[in-house]
Design a protein around this ligand. Structure first.
Ligand SMILES: Cc1cc2nc3c(=O)[nH]c(=O)nc-3n(C[C@H](O)[C@H](O)[C@H](O)COP(=O)(O)OP(=O)(O)OC[C@H]3O[C@@H](n4cnc5c(N)ncnc54)[C@H](O)[C@@H]3O)c2cc1C
Length: 458
């Protein structure tokens, strides 16, 4: 009897799973394995919100495997050592895994390959599992990756996307393998109270509902903060409970401007993945340095604390920061404007903001988070790196009636219409009625001047 190990990482699903399909086709039995990698915890990436979603995904994956006659084997510790041990116990010749893009994933792959080869076993790495196209599938003539989205997208959209695979009907897992108990969401402390649920079933339900309804209006409404008219599929994509390949096929089949705009956003995901894959150090270092000397010291620290707490005195910024804390998710327009506010108006290092996002976001991942933060800070791939988003203008445009702000900043719930965006403009007597809400921590003109001077653009 031949046996293969399928190592699940950020691809926690049964539908459209090339490593699982290859293992099932090439052997009599498979070991579906998940290793709770100690290195992820040590690096500080094991935030409670994401651990909860991970737990949902693992439970769902195990349930799906059991329906097909198998089960999930869970281990924890050093990933390479655990995979080698399980492969030895199961007498497996091959290990299948999805390719991934971060520096950590690259090092993990190399270490796993050499450890397995030293024991006479082979590692198969499958592309286009966590992304639609593999990083490097399209490149410009002069570089190993695209540094600008628009030309990348032009080429990306012309590529054929591999067919999506059906979920297997039967999965035969060898008897006698030890598995650790599955982690439970209930055991975790510090979760956001409004955190969504994860897992493949939940993700597939959400996709079907989205493609039946919401996506139609996506092109027009994706920036409407109060309308909440985006897919909210990002946590499911982060854990791979959904295949981005399958999602592109299904959206294109439906067609229309909404689906096209939605597929374009999925290409942004691939875009950041190919940047990080080619430049792994940009998870922590500027992709393009602007020689910033970010603010430090007590005043900057106080500003960061106010930003994290949603108490900057700019209601739209505060609303978005409070949504993040409450839901472990934030609307994209909110992410853009709070990141611009921190890095440009307050002139604080993007890494401080990115860390806070990673502590809370259910979808927080190195490629999308760090590269979007760099994009917003002007150290990344934005072709207009010094643009500064004015929170008040953004608020008037993307929350014209103030509904989003009133939802998240209850202190201001009594203010009508767009006046909620500039409470500091109210007559003194009215302002005192909202005394619990702070005055702006910095004037916008002052912040803009400081930023321009810092970037040598005054
Ligand atoms: C500062 C900042 C930090 C961010 N951090 C993350 C992060 O850690 N993880 C993450 O998945 N996204 C991140 N994003 C991108 C984006 O905000 C989210 O993907 C999006 O808001 C998720 O909501 P949704 O699923 O409803 O998106 P939709 O609008 O429905 O878009 C569909 C999918 O396209 C992808 N997508 C959309 N916009 C982007 C983008 N700008 N970059 C990459 N992929 C995108 C996502 O996978 C998303 O689920 C960040 C953006 C900014 C500005």
């Amino acid at each position: 009897m031949t046996t293969s190990v399928v190592l699940f990482t950020r691809d926690l699903r049964l539908h459209d799973h090339p490593p699982l399909r290859a293992a099932l086709n090439g052997s009599d039995a498979v070991v579906p394995l998940f290793v709770r990698d100690r290195a992820v915890d040590t690096a500080g990436f094991a935030a409670p919100n994401r651990l909860a979603l991970l737990s949902d995904c693992l439970r769902d994956l195990d349930a799906g495997l059991r329906e097909r006659g198998g089960r999930l084997i869970v281990r924890s510790g050093d990933l390479v050592a655990q995979v080698c041990a399980v492969a030895a116990e199961a007498e497996a010749d091959e290990v299948h895994v999805a390719a991934d893009v971060s520096g950590h994933a690259h090092r993990r792959e190399e270490a796993l390959r050499s450890a397995l080869e030293a024991r006479g076993r082979r590692l198969h790495v499958h592309d286009a599992v966590t992304t639609v196209l593999a990083p490097g599938a399209v490149t410009p003539a002069s570089s190993d990756h695209f540094a600008v989205f628009t030309p990348y997208f032009r080429r990306w959209a012309e590529c054929s996307v591999r067919d999506a695979l059906a979920a297997p009907r039967k999965v035969r897992v060898p008897d006698g393998l030890r598995s650790e108990p599955l982690p439970a969401r209930e055991d975790l402390a510090g979760l956001s109270p409004g955190l969504a649920r994860g897992g493949e079933r939940e993700a597939r339900k959400r996709v079907s509902a989205w493609l039946r309804g919401g996506v139609t209006g996506y092109a027009d409404r994706h920036d409407d903060l109060a309308g909440d008219a985006t897919s909210r599929l990002s946590p499911h994509l982060h854990f791979g409970a959904l295949s981005p390949v399958e999602l592109v096929h299904r959206a294109r089949r439906g067609g229309g401007p909404g689906a096209e705009a939605f597929v374009r956003q999925l290409a942004w995901r691939d875009f950041h993945a190919q940047v990080l894959s080619a430049r792994p150090r940009s998870s922590a270092a500027d992709y393009r340095t602007r020689r910033d000397r970010w603010r430090t010291g007590a005043a900057a620290e106080a500003d960061v604390a106010a930003w994290k707490d949603g108490r900057t005195g700019y209601p739209i910024v505060d609303a978005a920061m409070r949504q993040l804390r409450h839901e472990g998710w934030m609307h994209n327009r909110g992410r853009l404007l709070v990141a611009s506010f921190l890095t440009k108006t307050l002139y604080v290092d993007w890494r401080i903001g990115a860390r806070h996002f990673l502590d809370l976001l259910a979808d927080g991942d190195v490629a999308n988070n760090q590269m979007n933060w760099q994009w917003t800070a002007g150290t990344g791939t934005d072709t207009r790196p010094h643009r500064v988003l004015n929170p008040t203008t953004q608020a008037r445009r993307f929350d014209p009636d103030g509904v989003y702000v009133r939802r998240w900043v209850p202190e201001l719930a009594g203010l009508q219409g767009r006046s909620v965006h500039e409470p500091w403009r109210l007559p003194e007597a009215e302002r005192s009625a909202y005394g619990a809400y702070p005055d702006p921590i910095v004037g916008l003109a002052e912040g803009l001047d400081r930023f321009k001077r810092a970037r040598g653009r005054d």
